[in-house]
Design a protein around this ligand. Sequence first.
Ligand code: S3P
Length: 429
Amino acid sequence: MELVLEKVNKLKGNISVPGDKSISHRSLILGSIAQGETQIHNFLNSLDCLKTLECMRALGVEIKSGSNNYIKIKGKGLYGLQEPKDILDVGNSGTTIRLLTGLLSGQNFYSVLDGDNSIRKRPMKRVVQPLRLMGANIWGRENGRFVPLSIKGSKLNHLHYTLPVASAQVKSALLLAGLYATGETVIKEPLPTRDHTERMLEIMQAGIKISPPEIKIKSGKELKGTEIFIPGDISSAAYFIVAASVLKGSQIIINQVGINPTRIGIIGILNKMGAKIDILNYQIKSNESQADLRIEYSELKGVEIKEEMVPFLIDELPLIAVVATQAQGKTVVSGAKELRVKETDRIKATVNELKKMGADIEEREDGFVVKGPSKLQGAVCESYNDHRIAMSLAVAGLLAEGKTIIKNSECIDISFPGFEKTLQKLINS
Ligand code: S3P
């Protein structure tokens, strides 16, 4: 499929974006191993989250999918999962494979995890190695560096571990394994990362203690099923926040977006660049904060983003490159080499495609430098089958003279089914 974009004048109107992807994955996994029922509202019915749903069903969990993105899970308790009859296919989803590797290590059965071509290139040693320290039996290509992974569940020992990379997926995998380990597992983060797992474990009454930079989890305590209200995904909202900030005369409202402090790096950075973003109708639901966001066009200036900020806006960095092309001066992103091991090498992909559109952007080993402002021109762009690259380039396409074509744009459904329709609504309002 191809997504075709033309230059637009401004964006106007009021939209909602689909539910948060990270929280949707976690609600399925934790709801499955909780006792009793878990009801999920505003679940993200995207390809990635549906892979987690299928995996949990293959592990014997009864999950009903209703209308309006409602999901009901009949929790099995910590020890109720069953050996899957087939390979568990995670598709394109890094969150599914990392979290399930942790969960499956502590079960009393055998399982195999595999995924698509992108997943087969992504690093797994970061989860496999600490799990092996807990006594997990995991095999994979190149001694566990790559999938397919096969796991013979076993009794796990507790672990005291400092994460070598700031990764919420690795942290979450170890917390899940910690639920099955002897005694207390302590995980220390080098930098704070998204904390949705910890927040959900809290409301499910797990034996969790959060004292940054450490998280402690005690095993053996059953989780309690609960009702979870998922906010709109700030990583999906980000495309419209940026587009409205750079298109003259724009003013939009995005309803009830998650504004967890570990996810709002994009708002902080845009504010620093001079954006006008108001936070309205703030509320806390299911231990997560959410609010309406009102965004208006504003003149922007370049900004510097360093390593400690990166986890708070990791998925928005390709989009930061796009906004930087419209800002006055230099934008420098460093300490972001993790981008190279995402769904694709996002540094290379961003630099290659924005260059085609006329941006002044330079690749660095751990980031990029953009000099702005520049006039973008429409081009035929690759998505690299990466949803975030495709949507970031779509925003660039709204700014460029002429036509922009994004190839293989079906990957957008990984995280944001309905992206094009939502964008049209803001263009036509
Ligand atoms: C995610 C964590 C991040 C992020 C990914 C989702 C999660 O990955 O990039 O899109 O849900 O935990 P890392 O943990 O690899 O940084």
